[in-house]
Design a protein around this ligand. Structure first.
Ligand code: NCD
Ligand code: ZN
Ligand code: ZN
Length: 336
């Protein structure tokens, strides 16, 4: 049996830089037609010069694959209309991190004073530039995302023309917020459709499943599965594939991030097949994102078949999710 996907998109991806970029970029560009590239480098991507140079390094690393990197800028409240307008179509969205909440977010926003953020958010609204948010407070780790929902509500109400993407949602509360505000959308990762906190820390600690936001309860995972499998028109696939070298994960201060890029399409197909929802996969991995972001990705046809994929133990220094295990679907052919 085979399944065909047209121009799959990953709307939340970390590609890093230098050697890591050269290892991980081809693992996405091989099978995806495009991806929304996160700006949390050191230093963060916050100028046009840095953004264009990073785009070029990504294109170099993708080894001639048909692949469109949709670039993002690290949110600063100093950005104004003219600064943002000057990016033209090189800029797809702006990513806002609360300060210190996740990997390389130290210079993010602290305090969430909407008045202070307003000039930049108004400029973004006028330019039709979406705002992507890592939505967590500094509260108790299991409650951080739910506590952020009122901030999403405030922003969505104060800036009704601004498209707000709730990134990598992990809770029922975020799912419920989707239908309350017209301008709220969400990305959902592969790993949050699969794991709960039990898989991370319920038995032996599994550092390769540790990420921000931390995986939550079964009831949350069910809520995520429900909107993903039904391809709710306001949700998109965003892997949040976040590679860290093995020594940074298997260490006494484990870096947050799950690396899923090379197996994402195979595992998504397995999940959607098992739950009799494969007819909705095209929407979840491409069509919804095209509609929400108003993008037209390059043409790329990916055919998957029900032949197992054996996941390698590592890709360079990075250990993928399901390392050494097998997935019941694999990529058969890729046509341009
Ligand atoms: C991401 C990373 O490593 O850059 N880590 C993660 O746990 N998700 C950052 C992020 O997306 O929050
Ligand atoms: Zn994040
Ligand atoms: Zn991320």
């Amino acid at each position: 049996m085979t399944i065909e996907l047209n121009s799959p998109l990953d709307m939340h991806l970390h590609l890093r830089d230098k050697e890591m970029l050269s290892v991980v970029a081809p693992l996405t560009s091989h099978s995806f037609a495009g991806a929304l590239i996160m700006p949390n480098l050191i230093p963060p991507v916050d100028t046009k010069e840095a953004l264009l140079a990073y785009r070029d390094r990504i294109l170099d690393a993708t080894q001639g694959d048909i692949f469109k990197p949709y670039m993002t800028l690290f949110f600063r409240d100093s950005y104004d209309y003219d600064f943002l307008k000057n990016f033209g179509n090189e800029l797809t969205a702006i990513k806002l991190y609360p300060a210190g909440i996740t990997t390389n977010s130290e210079s993010g926003v602290s305090g969430f004073d909407i008045k202070k953020l307003a000039p930049t958010l108004e400029a973004m609204s006028e330019l039709g530039l979406p705002l992507c948010i890592h939505g967590e407070t500094n509260g108790f780790v299991m409650d951080r995302e739910a506590e952020f929902v009122p901030i999403y509500t405030k922003l969505a109400t104060a800036f009704p023309k601004l498209k707000i993407m709730m990134e990598h949602i992990t809770t029922k509360e975020s799912v419920d917020a989707l239908d309350k505000h017209e301008n709220l959308y969400a990305t959902i990762t592969l790993h949050h459709l699969l794991i709960t906190l039990d898989d991370v820390a319920g038995g032996m600690l599994r550092p390769h499943l540790f990420c921000k936001p931390i995986a939550k309860r079964p009831i949350d995972r069910e809520a995520l599965l429900n909107v993903a499998l039904n391809a709710h028109p306001k949700v998109m696939f965003g892997s949040d594939s976040a590679p860290h070298p093995k020594h940074a994960k298997e260490s006494c201060g484990c870096a947050a991030g799950v690396f899923t890029a090379p197996l994402a399409l195979a595992k998504l197909t397995e999940i959607f097949m098992e739950r009799s929802s494969v007819a909705n996969l095209q929407k979840f991995v491409s069509d919804n994102a095209r509609e929400i972001y108003g993008i037209t990705p390059p043409v790329k046809k990916v055919v998957l078949e029900d032949t197992p994929m054996n996941v390698p133990l590592n890709y360079g220094e990075v250990v993928p999710m399901y390392a050494g295990e097998s997935i019941s679907w694999s990529i058969k052919t890729i046509e341009k």
